[in-house]
Design a protein around this ligand. Structure first.
Ligand SMILES: [Fe+2]
Ligand SMILES: [Fe+2]
Length: 344
């Protein structure tokens, strides 16, 4: 990796990365772009991928298609999953119809440049400037999206009244537990956003039932139990939030089939919904509420262990215990003992 640092640049915090296994091609790129932008060049696409994943300011990625370690399209597909706001431009000397179709289908490539590229030409320059604009637009859209999600989460918690920051805390635990599974970057995004809105159906529950301090009647409990299905319906209707619907709809399902609203069993409950379910339950016991103190961790662990295979799948119980051990809330060496002691 080579880095250029020029004192005065027109565009601060805008990085352009060029990946080409033929290092000679890097020179022209540096010559024409390093005065205005921060530029990075790589001959190895795997090194470029690691860099792009950790660097927040990368706006545009120019990739050569034919490289020994991985193709430009494979690299762009990985980058697109991990950092969707980065705009990828393919540089190719042998652009076939098949490659064009594959690129469009993967949605990873934004544009093409023909080899050999004249980095000093107006056409190349305009294309790169347009790619930067596209990146900035995509970033702004994402900021609005995140802002909307947080606003909705605050509304949900406000509506419930006694669950301040419940949505954010369930999200944090869900992501921690989710990272114990082999989830893609996209699945982690869906988990994070779905956990944040898992109780959105509570918006439709009348206040006098949701905020009732005393014991609920059977009818009132049934009304509250409509919130997951209602939440699923609300999210289904919004194309940008549709993928989050299963997490809202099924966060009160149980592998033993005794959950609601659909009474799904075992693996019928998607993994992401199972993760939100255990994070939600853990948070409810772990949080202080006006009517109760937090449960001691040992008691929560005992309770969750007793629900292994009933309320929660074995896998998510194990994953949560691993997270608690990491936080030193339980002794990692004693996890097997915990399972054994409760089972006995
Ligand atoms: Fe809920
Ligand atoms: Fe909840």
């Amino acid at each position: 990796m080579e880095t250029s640092n020029t004192a005065k640049r027109r565009f601060e915090h805008i990085k352009i990365v060029y990946v080409d296994d033929e290092g000679d091609n890097h020179m022209g790129f540096r010559l024409h772009f390093s005065d205005e932008f921060e530029v990075e060049t790589f001959t190895n696409p795997l090194e470029a991928l690691a860099y792009v994943k950790r660097e927040p300011d990368v706006a545009v990625l120019l990739v050569d298609q034919v490289m020994p370690e991985m193709t430009g399209l494979e690299l762009a597909a990985e980058v697109h999953l991990a950092r969707p706001a980065i705009i990828c431009v393919m540089i190719t000397g042998n652009g076939t119809k098949e490659l064009a179709i594959e690129s469009i289908r993967s949605r990873a490539m934004w544009e093409f440049l023909e080899k050999p590229v004249d980095f000093g030409s107006a056409v190349t320059r305009e294309l790169i400037i347009a790619a930067i604009q596209e990146h900035l637009l995509s970033k702004v859209k994402n900021e609005y999206h995140q802002g909307t999600l947080h606003l909705l989460a605050n509304l949900i918690d406000d509506k419930d009244g006694h669950t301040r920051a419940h949505s954010a805390r369930v999200t944090r635990w869900s992501v921690r537990v989710g990272k114990k599974f082999d989830l893609s970057e996209r699945e982690l995004v869906i988990l994070r956003e779905g956990a944040l809105l898992h109780d959105i159906g509570k918006i439709s529950i009348p206040d006098d039932i949701l905020k009732k301090p005393g014991k609920l009647s059977d009818l009132e409990r049934k009304i509250i139990q409509t919130h997951p299905a209602r939440g699923g319906q609300l999210l289904e209707k919004v194309p940008q939030l549709k993928e989050l619907a299963p997490l809202a709809r099924w966060h009160h399902e149980r592998p033993d089939g005794k959950g609601y609203p659909d009474g799904l069993k075992g693996d019928e409950i998607p993994l992401l919904s199972q993760i939100v379910a255990i994070a939600d339950f853990f948070e409810a016991l772990n949080a202080k509420r006006p009517y109760k103190d937090p449960w001691p961790i040992a008691e929560i662990v005992k309770e969750i262990q007793s629900q292994r295979g009933k309320q929660f799948t074995e896998e998510v119980v194990d994953a949560l215990f691993e997270v608690l051990a990491e936080d030193k809330l339980i002794d990692g060496a004693k996890i097997d003992e915990i399972k054994h002691a409760v089972a006995a």
